[in-house]
Design a protein. Structure first.
Length: 138
């Protein structure tokens, strides 16, 4: 009976590592598409794209495109639903193993980022019309 209990503890340990793994696939999209992607300061490609992010730490994703403001998103990890398995027998062992790899964490599956133009065309037109009206009035 003790052998069965020990085997179950060993086999059930690191549940999140087995189910989730230490990395997660995250898709990055932008509106408009074609933005340059930088992840943790490293150039990574253009949107749309999918990357494997290490679960053991948070990540900083920056998107840039000519004519638009740079948008930075902090991709923060949260506790994965698989973590409820830590309440099973042997859960503390599982938690220790999963904590070492970060497997107990999860990220959003996708990031949708709206890039803002460097200027609002309506505001520019309105400002020019106001200037023309003021010049015409004088």
């Amino acid at each position: 009976m003790i052998v069965i209990a020990l085997l179950s503890v060993i086999l059930l340990s690191s549940c999140a590592s087995i189910i989730n793994g230490p990395d997660q696939r995250v898709t990055i999209l932008s509106q408009p598409a074609g933005a340059d992607i930088t992840i943790n300061g490293q150039e990574a490609g253009k949107t749309p794209a999918t990357f494997m992010l290490v679960r053991s730490k948070n990540h900083e994703v920056s998107l840039s495109r000519e004519g638009y403001h740079i948008e930075t998103v902090n991709v923060k990890r949260s506790l994965s639903p698989v973590a409820v398995l830590y309440f099973l027998p042997g859960g503390f062992v599982s938690f220790g193993i999963d904590a070492a790899s970060g497997a107990q964490y999860a990220f959003p599956d996708r990031l949708d980022v709206l890039l803002k133009p460097l200027f609002d065309p309506q505001k520019v037109i309105s400002a020019h019309l106001d200037l023309l009206k003021s010049l015409h009035a004088s």
